[in-house]
Ligand binder design. Structure first.
Ligand code: ADP
Length: 364
Protein backbone atom coordinates (compact mmCIF):
# COMPACT_ATOMS: atom_id res chain seq x y z
CA UNK A 1 0.00 0.00 0.00
CA UNK A 2 1.44 3.30 -1.09
CA UNK A 3 1.57 6.13 1.47
CA UNK A 4 2.47 9.77 1.02
CA UNK A 5 3.45 12.49 3.43
CA UNK A 6 4.65 16.07 3.24
CA UNK A 7 7.63 16.92 5.35
CA UNK A 8 9.59 20.13 5.77
CA UNK A 9 13.31 20.35 5.93
CA UNK A 10 15.39 23.55 5.92
CA UNK A 11 12.35 25.60 4.91
CA UNK A 12 11.57 23.48 1.87
CA UNK A 13 8.64 21.15 1.74
CA UNK A 14 9.02 17.63 0.28
CA UNK A 15 6.42 15.14 -0.80
CA UNK A 16 7.49 11.66 0.26
CA UNK A 17 5.99 8.57 -1.39
CA UNK A 18 6.56 5.31 0.49
CA UNK A 19 6.16 2.05 -1.47
CA UNK A 20 6.46 -1.01 0.77
CA UNK A 21 8.42 -3.96 -0.70
CA UNK A 22 6.63 -7.15 0.16
CA UNK A 23 7.95 -10.73 -0.10
CA UNK A 24 6.37 -14.03 0.84
CA UNK A 25 7.90 -13.66 4.24
CA UNK A 26 6.26 -10.30 4.73
CA UNK A 27 7.33 -6.70 4.21
CA UNK A 28 11.01 -6.60 3.58
CA UNK A 29 11.43 -2.86 3.26
CA UNK A 30 10.20 0.16 1.39
CA UNK A 31 11.19 2.38 -1.49
CA UNK A 32 10.95 6.05 -0.53
CA UNK A 33 10.64 8.66 -3.28
CA UNK A 34 10.95 12.31 -2.38
CA UNK A 35 10.04 15.31 -4.52
CA UNK A 36 10.66 18.95 -3.64
CA UNK A 37 7.52 21.11 -3.51
CA UNK A 38 9.53 24.36 -3.62
CA UNK A 39 8.48 25.40 -7.15
CA UNK A 40 4.79 24.69 -6.55
CA UNK A 41 4.91 26.59 -3.26
CA UNK A 42 6.64 29.56 -4.91
CA UNK A 43 4.02 29.61 -7.66
CA UNK A 44 1.19 29.50 -5.14
CA UNK A 45 2.70 32.35 -3.15
CA UNK A 46 3.01 34.40 -6.34
CA UNK A 47 -0.61 33.70 -7.30
CA UNK A 48 -1.82 34.59 -3.77
CA UNK A 49 0.16 37.80 -3.82
CA UNK A 50 -1.22 38.73 -7.25
CA UNK A 51 -4.75 38.12 -6.03
CA UNK A 52 -4.15 40.34 -3.01
CA UNK A 53 -2.74 43.18 -5.12
CA UNK A 54 -5.59 42.75 -7.61
CA UNK A 55 -8.20 42.90 -4.86
CA UNK A 56 -6.63 46.03 -3.34
CA UNK A 57 -6.37 47.77 -6.74
CA UNK A 58 -9.95 46.74 -7.55
CA UNK A 59 -11.22 48.16 -4.26
CA UNK A 60 -9.37 51.45 -4.89
CA UNK A 61 -10.76 51.72 -8.44
CA UNK A 62 -14.32 50.94 -7.31
CA UNK A 63 -13.97 53.53 -4.54
CA UNK A 64 -12.71 56.19 -6.96
CA UNK A 65 -15.47 55.46 -9.47
CA UNK A 66 -18.12 55.57 -6.72
CA UNK A 67 -16.92 58.89 -5.36
CA UNK A 68 -16.80 60.35 -8.90
CA UNK A 69 -20.36 59.17 -9.48
CA UNK A 70 -21.41 60.61 -6.12
CA UNK A 71 -19.87 63.95 -7.04
CA UNK A 72 -21.66 63.88 -10.39
CA UNK A 73 -24.96 63.02 -8.70
CA UNK A 74 -24.55 65.64 -5.99
CA UNK A 75 -23.45 68.45 -8.33
CA UNK A 76 -27.05 69.57 -9.09
CA UNK A 77 -27.87 69.57 -5.37
CA UNK A 78 -24.79 71.64 -4.75
CA UNK A 79 -25.94 74.08 -7.43
CA UNK A 80 -29.33 74.18 -5.71
CA UNK A 81 -27.72 75.03 -2.37
CA UNK A 82 -25.72 77.85 -4.01
CA UNK A 83 -28.88 79.12 -5.72
CA UNK A 84 -30.83 79.03 -2.43
CA UNK A 85 -28.09 81.14 -0.84
CA UNK A 86 -28.35 83.67 -3.68
CA UNK A 87 -32.15 83.84 -3.32
CA UNK A 88 -31.77 84.32 0.44
CA UNK A 89 -29.39 87.18 -0.40
CA UNK A 90 -32.14 88.83 -2.47
CA UNK A 91 -31.14 87.74 -5.99
CA UNK A 92 -34.36 86.51 -7.61
CA UNK A 93 -32.94 86.22 -11.12
CA UNK A 94 -31.35 82.83 -10.39
CA UNK A 95 -32.69 79.69 -12.14
CA UNK A 96 -31.35 76.13 -11.77
CA UNK A 97 -33.41 73.78 -13.92
CA UNK A 98 -31.92 72.47 -17.15
CA UNK A 99 -33.86 71.67 -20.30
CA UNK A 100 -35.20 68.11 -20.12
CA UNK A 101 -33.46 67.22 -16.85
CA UNK A 102 -35.09 64.02 -15.60
CA UNK A 103 -35.37 62.33 -12.23
CA UNK A 104 -36.02 63.65 -8.75
CA UNK A 105 -33.25 66.22 -8.91
CA UNK A 106 -34.67 67.59 -12.18
CA UNK A 107 -38.11 67.84 -10.55
CA UNK A 108 -36.65 69.56 -7.52
CA UNK A 109 -34.87 72.08 -9.76
CA UNK A 110 -38.08 72.84 -11.68
CA UNK A 111 -40.04 73.26 -8.42
CA UNK A 112 -37.31 75.55 -7.15
CA UNK A 113 -37.48 77.72 -10.29
CA UNK A 114 -41.28 77.89 -10.10
CA UNK A 115 -41.01 79.03 -6.50
CA UNK A 116 -38.49 81.77 -7.37
CA UNK A 117 -40.66 82.99 -10.28
CA UNK A 118 -43.67 83.21 -7.92
CA UNK A 119 -41.58 85.06 -5.33
CA UNK A 120 -40.46 87.51 -8.00
CA UNK A 121 -44.09 88.14 -9.02
CA UNK A 122 -45.20 88.68 -5.43
CA UNK A 123 -42.35 91.09 -4.71
CA UNK A 124 -43.03 92.99 -7.93
CA UNK A 125 -46.76 93.24 -7.07
CA UNK A 126 -45.88 94.50 -3.59
CA UNK A 127 -43.41 97.02 -4.95
CA UNK A 128 -46.01 98.29 -7.42
CA UNK A 129 -48.66 98.43 -4.69
CA UNK A 130 -46.47 100.52 -2.38
CA UNK A 131 -45.50 102.85 -5.27
CA UNK A 132 -49.16 103.26 -6.30
CA UNK A 133 -50.33 103.77 -2.72
CA UNK A 134 -47.68 106.46 -2.16
CA UNK A 135 -48.68 108.17 -5.39
CA UNK A 136 -52.38 108.03 -4.47
CA UNK A 137 -51.69 109.52 -1.04
CA UNK A 138 -49.38 112.20 -2.40
CA UNK A 139 -52.04 113.63 -4.73
CA UNK A 140 -54.49 114.82 -2.03
CA UNK A 141 -51.59 115.76 0.22
CA UNK A 142 -50.17 118.08 -2.46
CA UNK A 143 -53.61 119.66 -2.94
CA UNK A 144 -54.03 120.10 0.83
CA UNK A 145 -50.65 121.75 1.35
CA UNK A 146 -51.25 124.01 -1.67
CA UNK A 147 -54.59 125.18 -0.28
CA UNK A 148 -53.20 125.67 3.22
CA UNK A 149 -50.45 127.81 1.72
CA UNK A 150 -53.07 129.89 -0.10
CA UNK A 151 -54.93 130.49 3.16
CA UNK A 152 -51.68 131.31 4.91
CA UNK A 153 -50.65 134.04 2.47
CA UNK A 154 -54.23 135.38 2.53
CA UNK A 155 -54.99 134.60 -1.11
CA UNK A 156 -58.71 134.72 -0.26
CA UNK A 157 -58.27 138.45 0.68
CA UNK A 158 -60.62 137.99 3.62
CA UNK A 159 -63.53 137.10 1.30
CA UNK A 160 -65.67 134.64 3.30
CA UNK A 161 -67.12 133.07 0.13
CA UNK A 162 -63.66 132.39 -1.26
CA UNK A 163 -62.44 131.11 2.11
CA UNK A 164 -65.46 128.80 2.44
CA UNK A 165 -64.74 127.36 -1.00
CA UNK A 166 -61.13 126.61 -0.09
CA UNK A 167 -62.17 125.06 3.23
CA UNK A 168 -64.73 122.83 1.49
CA UNK A 169 -62.10 121.70 -1.01
CA UNK A 170 -59.74 121.02 1.89
CA UNK A 171 -62.37 118.90 3.65
CA UNK A 172 -63.00 117.03 0.41
CA UNK A 173 -59.31 116.16 0.02
CA UNK A 174 -58.98 115.14 3.68
CA UNK A 175 -62.02 112.87 3.29
CA UNK A 176 -60.48 111.36 0.15
CA UNK A 177 -57.30 110.57 2.05
CA UNK A 178 -59.30 109.05 4.90
CA UNK A 179 -61.21 106.86 2.41
CA UNK A 180 -57.99 105.80 0.76
CA UNK A 181 -56.40 104.87 4.09
CA UNK A 182 -59.55 102.97 5.12
CA UNK A 183 -59.41 101.11 1.79
CA UNK A 184 -55.73 100.25 2.21
CA UNK A 185 -56.38 99.01 5.73
CA UNK A 186 -59.35 96.94 4.54
CA UNK A 187 -57.32 95.41 1.72
CA UNK A 188 -54.45 94.41 4.00
CA UNK A 189 -56.99 92.94 6.43
CA UNK A 190 -58.89 90.99 3.77
CA UNK A 191 -55.70 89.67 2.20
CA UNK A 192 -54.56 88.38 5.59
CA UNK A 193 -55.99 85.45 7.54
CA UNK A 194 -58.24 87.54 9.75
CA UNK A 195 -61.51 85.95 8.77
CA UNK A 196 -64.46 84.52 10.62
CA UNK A 197 -65.69 81.15 9.43
CA UNK A 198 -69.40 81.12 10.05
CA UNK A 199 -72.35 79.78 8.10
CA UNK A 200 -73.82 82.68 6.13
CA UNK A 201 -77.23 82.72 4.41
CA UNK A 202 -76.57 85.14 1.57
CA UNK A 203 -80.29 85.44 0.76
CA UNK A 204 -81.01 86.60 4.31
CA UNK A 205 -77.92 88.78 4.33
CA UNK A 206 -78.95 90.69 1.18
CA UNK A 207 -82.52 91.03 2.53
CA UNK A 208 -81.15 92.49 5.76
CA UNK A 209 -78.96 94.87 3.74
CA UNK A 210 -81.97 96.29 1.88
CA UNK A 211 -82.11 99.61 3.85
CA UNK A 212 -78.38 100.16 3.30
CA UNK A 213 -78.62 99.37 -0.42
CA UNK A 214 -81.66 101.64 -0.83
CA UNK A 215 -79.80 104.47 0.85
CA UNK A 216 -76.85 103.91 -1.50
CA UNK A 217 -79.07 103.99 -4.57
CA UNK A 218 -81.20 106.95 -3.62
CA UNK A 219 -80.97 108.44 -7.12
CA UNK A 220 -81.44 105.08 -8.85
CA UNK A 221 -83.97 102.36 -9.06
CA UNK A 222 -82.88 99.27 -7.13
CA UNK A 223 -84.27 95.77 -7.61
CA UNK A 224 -83.47 92.87 -5.30
CA UNK A 225 -84.23 89.41 -6.67
CA UNK A 226 -83.69 86.91 -3.89
CA UNK A 227 -84.13 83.14 -4.10
CA UNK A 228 -83.54 80.53 -1.42
CA UNK A 229 -79.90 79.49 -1.40
CA UNK A 230 -77.80 77.05 0.59
CA UNK A 231 -75.44 78.63 3.13
CA UNK A 232 -71.84 79.50 2.36
CA UNK A 233 -69.00 79.42 4.84
CA UNK A 234 -67.21 82.66 5.58
CA UNK A 235 -67.22 86.07 7.14
CA UNK A 236 -70.58 87.82 6.94
CA UNK A 237 -69.12 91.32 7.39
CA UNK A 238 -66.74 90.78 4.49
CA UNK A 239 -69.48 89.34 2.26
CA UNK A 240 -71.68 92.36 3.07
CA UNK A 241 -68.78 94.58 2.00
CA UNK A 242 -68.74 92.79 -1.38
CA UNK A 243 -72.42 93.56 -2.02
CA UNK A 244 -72.10 97.15 -0.80
CA UNK A 245 -69.00 97.83 -2.96
CA UNK A 246 -70.63 96.41 -6.09
CA UNK A 247 -73.92 98.28 -5.59
CA UNK A 248 -72.02 101.49 -4.78
CA UNK A 249 -70.06 101.16 -8.06
CA UNK A 250 -73.24 100.39 -9.98
CA UNK A 251 -74.62 103.77 -8.88
CA UNK A 252 -71.32 105.68 -9.20
CA UNK A 253 -70.85 104.61 -12.81
CA UNK A 254 -74.37 105.23 -14.07
CA UNK A 255 -76.52 108.32 -14.45
CA UNK A 256 -79.25 109.06 -11.92
CA UNK A 257 -82.44 107.20 -12.71
CA UNK A 258 -80.51 104.15 -13.90
CA UNK A 259 -81.44 100.70 -12.75
CA UNK A 260 -79.38 98.58 -10.34
CA UNK A 261 -80.29 94.92 -9.88
CA UNK A 262 -78.88 92.60 -7.20
CA UNK A 263 -79.75 88.93 -7.66
CA UNK A 264 -79.11 86.01 -5.31
CA UNK A 265 -79.78 82.43 -6.39
CA UNK A 266 -78.36 78.92 -6.43
CA UNK A 267 -76.31 77.53 -9.32
CA UNK A 268 -78.00 74.96 -11.56
CA UNK A 269 -76.32 72.08 -9.71
CA UNK A 270 -77.20 73.71 -6.40
CA UNK A 271 -73.63 73.45 -5.11
CA UNK A 272 -72.84 77.16 -5.43
CA UNK A 273 -74.48 80.45 -4.63
CA UNK A 274 -74.58 83.09 -7.34
CA UNK A 275 -74.65 86.77 -6.54
CA UNK A 276 -75.02 89.20 -9.41
CA UNK A 277 -75.04 92.99 -9.43
CA UNK A 278 -76.00 94.62 -12.74
CA UNK A 279 -76.45 98.20 -13.78
CA UNK A 280 -77.56 100.20 -16.80
CA UNK A 281 -74.57 102.52 -16.46
CA UNK A 282 -71.64 103.74 -18.55
CA UNK A 283 -70.14 100.28 -19.06
CA UNK A 284 -66.46 99.33 -19.18
CA UNK A 285 -64.19 99.17 -22.25
CA UNK A 286 -63.08 95.63 -23.16
CA UNK A 287 -59.38 96.50 -22.76
CA UNK A 288 -60.01 97.65 -19.17
CA UNK A 289 -61.73 94.42 -18.06
CA UNK A 290 -58.56 92.34 -17.36
CA UNK A 291 -57.21 95.07 -15.03
CA UNK A 292 -60.41 95.88 -13.18
CA UNK A 293 -59.52 94.01 -9.98
CA UNK A 294 -56.00 95.46 -9.66
CA UNK A 295 -55.56 97.92 -6.79
CA UNK A 296 -55.82 101.60 -7.90
CA UNK A 297 -56.88 100.69 -11.43
CA UNK A 298 -59.52 103.01 -12.84
CA UNK A 299 -61.14 102.45 -16.18
CA UNK A 300 -62.42 106.00 -16.20
CA UNK A 301 -60.01 108.01 -14.05
CA UNK A 302 -61.76 111.37 -14.30
CA UNK A 303 -65.16 109.96 -13.33
CA UNK A 304 -63.65 107.89 -10.54
CA UNK A 305 -61.89 110.96 -9.08
CA UNK A 306 -65.08 113.02 -9.35
CA UNK A 307 -66.98 110.40 -7.41
CA UNK A 308 -64.17 110.17 -4.85
CA UNK A 309 -63.20 106.62 -5.78
CA UNK A 310 -60.04 105.17 -4.25
CA UNK A 311 -59.57 102.54 -6.96
CA UNK A 312 -59.55 99.89 -4.21
CA UNK A 313 -63.21 98.84 -4.15
CA UNK A 314 -62.98 96.04 -6.70
CA UNK A 315 -59.54 94.89 -5.44
CA UNK A 316 -61.17 94.45 -2.02
CA UNK A 317 -64.13 92.58 -3.56
CA UNK A 318 -61.74 90.32 -5.48
CA UNK A 319 -59.61 89.42 -2.47
CA UNK A 320 -62.69 88.67 -0.33
CA UNK A 321 -64.20 86.45 -3.03
CA UNK A 322 -60.91 84.60 -3.50
CA UNK A 323 -60.46 84.10 0.22
CA UNK A 324 -63.92 82.50 0.26
CA UNK A 325 -62.95 80.04 -2.48
CA UNK A 326 -65.16 81.77 -5.03
CA UNK A 327 -64.71 83.54 -8.34
CA UNK A 328 -65.85 86.80 -9.85
CA UNK A 329 -66.55 87.66 -13.46
CA UNK A 330 -67.57 90.82 -15.20
CA UNK A 331 -69.44 91.41 -18.44
CA UNK A 332 -69.95 94.87 -19.80
CA UNK A 333 -71.09 96.80 -22.83
CA UNK A 334 -69.95 100.41 -23.12
CA UNK A 335 -72.92 102.72 -22.91
CA UNK A 336 -75.30 99.93 -21.88
CA UNK A 337 -74.12 98.71 -18.50
CA UNK A 338 -72.11 96.18 -16.53
CA UNK A 339 -72.80 92.99 -14.66
CA UNK A 340 -70.59 91.51 -11.93
CA UNK A 341 -71.22 87.82 -11.15
CA UNK A 342 -69.82 86.06 -8.10
CA UNK A 343 -69.94 82.33 -7.43
CA UNK A 344 -69.30 81.05 -3.94
CA UNK A 345 -69.12 77.36 -2.94
CA UNK A 346 -72.13 76.34 -0.86
CA UNK A 347 -71.90 74.09 2.18
CA UNK A 348 -74.17 71.06 2.57
CA UNK A 349 -77.52 72.13 3.83
CA UNK A 350 -80.67 70.46 5.03
CA UNK A 351 -82.81 73.45 4.14
CA UNK A 352 -84.97 72.50 1.14
CA UNK A 353 -83.64 73.95 -2.07
CA UNK A 354 -86.18 74.88 -4.67
CA UNK A 355 -84.75 77.17 -7.35
CA UNK A 356 -88.07 77.46 -9.12
CA UNK A 357 -90.65 77.40 -6.38
CA UNK A 358 -88.69 78.66 -3.37
CA UNK A 359 -89.08 81.94 -1.63
CA UNK A 360 -88.52 84.64 -4.17
CA UNK A 361 -88.91 88.33 -3.76
CA UNK A 362 -88.75 90.97 -6.39
CA UNK A 363 -89.33 94.60 -6.01
CA UNK A 364 -88.36 97.86 -7.52
P1 ADP B 1 -63.15 103.19 -7.68
O1 ADP B 1 -62.89 103.60 -6.29
O2 ADP B 1 -62.41 104.00 -8.68
O3 ADP B 1 -64.61 103.04 -7.98
P2 ADP B 1 -63.05 100.32 -7.96
O4 ADP B 1 -61.94 99.39 -7.64
O5 ADP B 1 -64.32 100.15 -7.22
O6 ADP B 1 -62.47 101.78 -7.77
O7 ADP B 1 -63.34 100.23 -9.50
C1 ADP B 1 -62.26 100.30 -10.42
C2 ADP B 1 -62.70 100.93 -11.71
O8 ADP B 1 -63.58 100.05 -12.38
C3 ADP B 1 -63.48 102.20 -11.54
O9 ADP B 1 -62.61 103.30 -11.49
C4 ADP B 1 -64.35 102.22 -12.77
O10 ADP B 1 -63.66 102.80 -13.86
C5 ADP B 1 -64.58 100.76 -13.08
N1 ADP B 1 -65.90 100.28 -12.61
C6 ADP B 1 -66.16 99.60 -11.48
N2 ADP B 1 -67.46 99.26 -11.39
C7 ADP B 1 -68.05 99.75 -12.51
C8 ADP B 1 -69.38 99.72 -13.01
N3 ADP B 1 -70.38 99.15 -12.35
N4 ADP B 1 -69.60 100.32 -14.21
C9 ADP B 1 -68.60 100.90 -14.90
N5 ADP B 1 -67.32 100.96 -14.47
C10 ADP B 1 -67.05 100.39 -13.29
Amino acid sequence: REESEVVSSSGTRFLLLVEPLSTNAGTAGAVVLGASLARGDALRATVRFSFLIGAILGAILVGLAASRLMLLALAPLDRLVQATRRVAGGDLSVRVSEEGAAGEVGQLARAFDAMVVRLEEVFEAQRRFVADASHELRTPLTAISGMLEMLEIGADRGDPVQKGRVLRALTHEVERMARLLAGLLALSKFEGDERKSESVQLDEMVSDLRPVLEALTRDHEIRLIIENVPPVRGDRDQLEQVVVNLVENATKYSVPGGQVTATIGPSVAGDRVILQVSDTGVGIAAEALPHLFEPFYRADASRSRRTGGSGLGLAIVHSIVQAHGGKIEVASVVGKGSSFTIELPAVANDRALSPAGGRSSQDA
